[in-house]
Design a protein around this ligand. Structure first.
Ligand code: LMR
Length: 396
């Protein structure tokens, strides 16, 4: 049965973790996967998460099956976060939200559902995009193409190219957009450019699918989520996948969601019933713990405030690391202008380093980033940044 099964290539992001773990270099630094580490190089366990878990331990609950669509209080908290508490679509019950296994799970439920309602549509992702977007939508049965996004020569966004591609896309095309903190480039379009994107999508009857995995890591929770308001105002149906992996530092709990904005409550109820089939036939229903933690934090004002504070601290530390990297690369003798690192937002910097340079960083220095030159600046700290910058200076 398996004699002809081929060895699949290593996952371009998570596969690096395996290589990193096997590396015996004592100075190794993992800038591969998008994970935030604190200044001591430790994965943070947020205070708000600990407080929620304490509350949960004080009233231990048996673990029955959750509803297929997850914890109701969790889904409500996601809707409030994404669309605004008491906002019109929430009040009129025209959002179908399900708890999902991380942001990836939200994308996959949405992709499987879209394959049913729109089997012949094509999917457009940004060029470049998160490595898993293409694979995930391809696995769901779609043909995946891309729209221009990053212009390497200009070190910025090819916005004209993006708009031209959207204008040329056939009606019904599914367009995957990064709501904030574009992964991998770190370049976001401006609010005014978002307006143009929304107009183009609406004019061409495209289907927007917003991937919001880094809300709060760019400018702030509200600022990073502002694009949702623009799509709401357009009157379009759209999809939003949410991840709390990074913003709650709950990577291993797989806490995310999918929200589908519909025209009315009746439509949302029917969409929800279909999303539940996608879930039931894949993993039946979601796990309890992570969803309960996030729901407790988001629905308890004092814990929510604490979360916002802790998220702001993560965001600010990343910004400090970006500036420090620019300064230290210069000090290490890099003559080319690296100031773009401080202009990019979110967890990643698209460094402009080539695949051979990234390979050399890995093999000679134990500094891991993806082959595309993406580096997770959220894993830099005051102890490893000098070493990383000197290593980069050497390969440059
Ligand atoms: C990343 O891009 O590194 C993260 O989103 C983690 C992942 O699942 O790939």
């Amino acid at each position: 049965l398996f004699s002809a099964v081929e060895m699949a290539p290593r996952d371009p992001i998570l596969g690096l973790n395996e290589q990193f773990n096997a590396d015996s270099n004592p100075k190794k630094v993992n800038l591969g996967v998008g994970v935030y580490y604190d200044d001591n190089g430790k994965l943070p366990l947020l205070q708000c998460v600990q407080a929620a878990e304490q509350q949960m331990m004080e009233k231990p609950q048996a673990r029955g099956y959750l509803p297929i669509d997850g914890i109701a209080a969790y889904d409500a908290a996601v809707q409030a976060l994404v669309f605004g508490a008491g906002s019109e679509p929430v009040k009129s019950k025209r959002v179908a939200t399900v708890q999902a296994l991380g942001g990836t799970g939200g994308l996959k439920i949405g992709a499987d559902f879209l394959k049913k309602v729109s089997p012949d549509a094509k999917v457009l992702i940004s060029d470049p995009s998160w490595e898993n977007h293409r694979a995930l939508f391809t696995q769901a049965g779609f043909t995946v193409e891309s729209y221009p996004y990053y212009n390497a020569a200009r070190r910025g966004i090819d916005f004209d190219g993006m708009l031209t591609a959207l204008a040329a896309a056939p009606a019904g095309t599914i367009v995957v957009l990064h709501a904030c903190c574009h992964n991998p480039t770190g370049y976001d379009i401006t609010p005014a450019q978002w307006d143009q994107v929304v107009t183009a999508i609406k004019a061409n009857k495209l289907v927007p699918f917003l991937d919001m995995a880094y809300q709060g890591f760019g400018q702030g929770i509200a600022e990073d989520g502002a694009v949702i308001g623009k799509f709401l105002a357009s009157g379009l149906d759209f999809f939003v996948s949410t991840s709390f992996s990074k913003s709650f530092s709950l990577y291993g709990e797989r806490v995310g969601a999918l929200s589908v904005l519909c025209q009315n409550a009746d439509e949302a109820a029917r969409v929800l019933s279909q999303l539940k089939i996608m879930i039931r036939t894949n993993y039946s229903n979601p796990p309890t713990h992570g969803g309960q933690v996030v729901a407790t934090v988001l629905n308890t004002p004092q814990l929510r405030a604490q979360w916002e504070q802790e998220l702001a601290e993560m965001r600010q530390r990343i910004k400090l690391m970006r500036q420090a990297m620019v300064d230290k690369l210069k000090a290490a003798g890099v003559s080319r202008d690296m100031s773009f690192i401080a202009e990019q937002v979110g967890m990643f910097s698209y460094s402009g380093l080539t695949k051979p340079q990234m390979e050399r960083l890995r093999s000679e220095f134990g500094v891991y980033g993806t082959d595309t030159g993406r580096m997770c600046v959220a894993a830099l700290n005051s102890k490893n940044i000098d070493y990383v910058c000197q290593a980069i200076a050497k390969v440059l």
